[in-house]
Unconditional design. Structure first.
Lengths: 237, 270
């Protein structure tokens, strides 16, 4: 068996010594996934909130579908986005395949249903609480969406983090549309897959630990910001 | 075609820069063996420094690389399954095929060698012995160059291993490295290219048991994806890369690559 402890030390010293190659990979992972989550939030939050307050036939079916889409297999999403962006596909002329943009697109498809579904849940609860006030003010259901989203903002951070967790951890979609090209589209998860296939299991595991560490750091940062915002909210109230 | 015509007339009028200048990079569809073995990391910087063209490598199995190239998602194809490559060119997807280099396949397996094939020089005899003993055999099962080669040898032995699929014949449907991990984990026999084997870090109890049969010869070829099929193909830079690879500089670079004192690929462009 390989010496896990020594490989682990190698990986840790790479990250703490500031190994340029590894840091570039880490930063690309963050760039792609954070962009994807922000775009998904811009789409998913209004859609989720609208679905929470709107009443129309088939609403239940839409909600079920959206919840089911949270479980979209990344490989399938990768394949669909590949077929769209391939030179023989409808968007081939854009030359986006094997670029970070293609990876962001794939992750947006994966993350948007998660953010939309969680937003729907949060906003629906809030809308019930506010329903009388909103009605007495004569605000229409859809017009109340921005107010509800704003008031739910702290709870919605969890939706963002759930989306980020999905994006940063998936490998199936980005490896197909990104191609795992060195210095261009290689991210943490595809590096781990590559090192595993080279039989460098300990190094792959150490990189996995770094990925978990990054996820913890991002969550801690967001949690700290949320806490501060909550305190300020209390002070103003 | 028309796009190229427009471009070349614009170039002639001095209104546009030549194609080569705007082709800052090319996408090469290649196989895991050339990447995982470290060969491409060794040879590409030379080409990139000389030409300023960045080479972006997508490393997948030969079957998938060829399908991606048919879709136009690559400018150059560098793979190792000569019959499939010739078909690719015959169907008009590629311009012309050139030999680049070779190495060989080896049959590796557990040191205990339950089928008793160690030292056998005939791959067909060895595979028959494994089938008879029903010792576990891990197959790529992914239409890659190595998988195609393996299937040719089973066919020559008159055995259809897929009828034992799920029993002693295990199709991983994964890359060479992932399949070697499986074989290492379950103590299975597996056919692998020598370059991936030499650079593989999780050998466990596996060792080379059969090698040297001329039928285990493994030829790599390079092809420019046909720009008439896909006008977006970066033909100028792609051709430049092929010329370099099969020319003296590229061939010398391949020849000089060693891992732990062993040469992994042998240049043989004509």
């Amino acid at each position: 068996m390989q010496n896990f402890a020594s490989e682990f030390n190698i990986a840790l010293s790479l990250i703490f010594r500031g190994d340029a190659e590894l840091w570039a990979i880490v930063l690309l992972s963050l760039r792609v996934s954070i962009f994807a989550v922000l775009i998904s939030a811009l789409i998913g939050m209004p859609v989720g909130a609208a679905l929470a307050v709107a009443r129309f036939p088939g609403r239940r079916v839409v909600i079920i579908l959206m919840n089911a889409l949270m479980g979209l297999p990344p490989v399938v999403v990768g394949l669909l986005v590949y077929l769209m962006l391939s030179r023989s596909g409808p968007l081939g002329v854009l030359e986006l395949l094997y670029t970070p943009t293609a990876m962001i697109i794939a992750q947006v498809v994966l993350v948007t249903p998660i953010i939309a579904a969680l937003t729907r849940q949060v906003v629906e609860t809030l809308a019930e609480e506010y329903s009388e006030q909103l009605r007495s003010l004569g605000v229409s259901r859809l017009a109340s969406v921005p107010v509800l989203l704003w008031d739910a903002r702290l709870a919605l951070v969890t939706a963002l983090l759930a989306g980020f967790g999905r994006a940063i951890a998936e490998v199936g979609a980005v490896i197909i549309v990104g191609g795992n090209i060195n210095h261009v589209t290689r991210v943490m998860t595809t590096t781990i897959a590559l090192e595993t296939s080279k039989g460098n299991l300990a190094l792959a595991l150490a990189l996995g630990a770094i990925l978990v560490g990054i996820a913890v750091a991002v969550n801690a940062l967001v949690s700290a910001l949320t806490l501060r915002a909550e305190r300020e909210g209390l002070r103003h109230a | 075609m028309i796009r190229n015509l427009i471009r070349s007339s614009l170039v002639a009028l001095g209104l546009a820069v030549p194609a080569a200048a705007e082709e800052a990079y090319i996408v090469v569809q290649s196989t895991t063996s050339t990447q995982n073995s470290g060969l491409l990391d060794h040879i590409l910087p030379g080409f990139e420094a000389e030409t300023g063209v960045d080479v972006r490598v997508v490393a997948v199995g030969t079957g998938q690389a060829i399908r991606n190239a048919i879709n136009g998602d690559g400018d150059v194809l560098l793979v190792h399954s000569k019959p499939a490559e010739e078909q690719f060119v015959a169907d008009g997807w590629g311009v012309e095929r050139f030999d680049v280099m070779y190495n060989d396949f080896v049959l590796v397996g557990p040191k205990a060698d339950p089928a008793g094939v160690k030292g056998e020089v005939d791959i067909i005899v060895a595979l028959s012995a494994i089938a008879n003993s029903e010792a576990p055999f891990a197959s790529r099962g992914d239409d890659s160059g190595t998988h195609k080669a393996e299937m040719r040898h089973w066919k020559a032995a008159g055995i259809d291993p897929t009828s034992a699929s799920g029993r002693w014949y295990r199709e991983t449907g994964s890359g060479m490295g992932a399949t070697l991990n499986v074989a290492s984990g379950m103590g299975a026999y597996v056919l692998t290219d020598r370059a991936t084997w030499l650079s593989f870090g999780n050998r466990g109890d596996l060792e080379i048991l059969v090698e040297g049969d001329p039928r285990l010869f493994n030829q790599y070829g390079v092809i420019l994806v046909n720009p008439e099929k896909h006008p977006g193909v970066r033909a100028t830079a792609g051709q430049r890369f092929i010329d370099w690879l099969i020319g003296p500089d590229g061939q010398a670079a391949i020849d000089s690559y060693q891992l732990d004192g062993q040469q992994l690929f042998f240049p043989n462009a004509r």
